[in-house]
Design a protein around this ligand. Sequence first.
Ligand code: NAD
Length: 322
Amino acid sequence: MKTALVCGAGGFIGSHIVKRLKKEGYWVRGVDLKHTEFSETVADDFVISDLRDSVICRDVTDQPFDDVYQLAADMGGAEFVFTGDNDADIMHNSALINLNMIEACYQAGVKKIFYSSSACMYPEYNQMDPDNPKCSEDSAYPAAPDSEYGWEKLFSERLYLAFHRNYGMEVRIARFHNIFGPEGTWTDGREKAPAAFCRKVAEARNGSEIEMWGDGEQTRSFLYIDDCLDAVRALMESTFIGPVNIGSEDMVTINQLADIVMSIAGKNLAIKHIPGPLGVRGRNSDNNLIREKLGWEPKYTLKDGLAKTYPWIKEQVKQAGH
Ligand code: NAD
């Protein structure tokens, strides 16, 4: 039986990866600071521990796993990443996790390790024009991410690549672009735009108003979780190391995102634009490389993905009595 370790298994993408690997017949150990919030984990073993501690990292890699997925990070949406208030924690905590995990995996003889980087590592100067952002993999340098979160991701990409170069470790690196779906954070200040708008729309009375940070003309693309899992597994099974974008090329403005959520909910709401943390002006995935190397394409449209996500968040809102 193949074995996998999922770091960050209590989080959004990690908990979905655990489910996928179990369906594929893996024996899976999950590690996280916390349990999964929205459903029982299906991992064979789940360790609650802090991966900033190198001793813990050595303990959880007590066998030469076939696959390790390193998703643990101190992260969140714009409110968490772009205000500057959490910069020290973001850099220190996530860098420590990556430094400790790659070394522990090397010592344990792990066969292959996946690292989840982010589109936030791309330079801000290529993402000023909302209609024409540039995020091809080869546009990463000269580096100029607009957040410390992006800088840490870039550092850690290079860390994994260095272990590959010097110690022959099999690494796979993906740059995720806004992944969303059911069982993701929706209300604690770390939620991203799709979950935030699903929550705001679910909470609002028809005909009332919801708030949006900025003018809503900034652009982004969003990838549904099932498509993300397909891409991660395809990358892991391939010989391609990356870094490679895993995202959607279906770019929308944030106003359009809100409109789609409203149409799914059947609500007509006014939008009140207020100041808030925004990030870059435009961002879109460039999937040329992943298409060429893995033949992967997203299957879900944004509307299809939101049609699966909105009812789940609506139910959370109801249960929470919002
Ligand atoms: P998430 O916050 O839901 O999951 C991260 C998990 O890591 C959390 O459960 C958290 O408790 C855990 N963690 C944090 N510090 C830890 C520590 N010291 N020890 C053990 N566990 C710790 O985030 P997610 O959306 O599932 O993202 C997973 C990964 O993908 C992250 O590395 C993130 O940076 C990256 N990523 C995500 C997106 C996205 O849109 N969701 C986009 C780009 C990159």
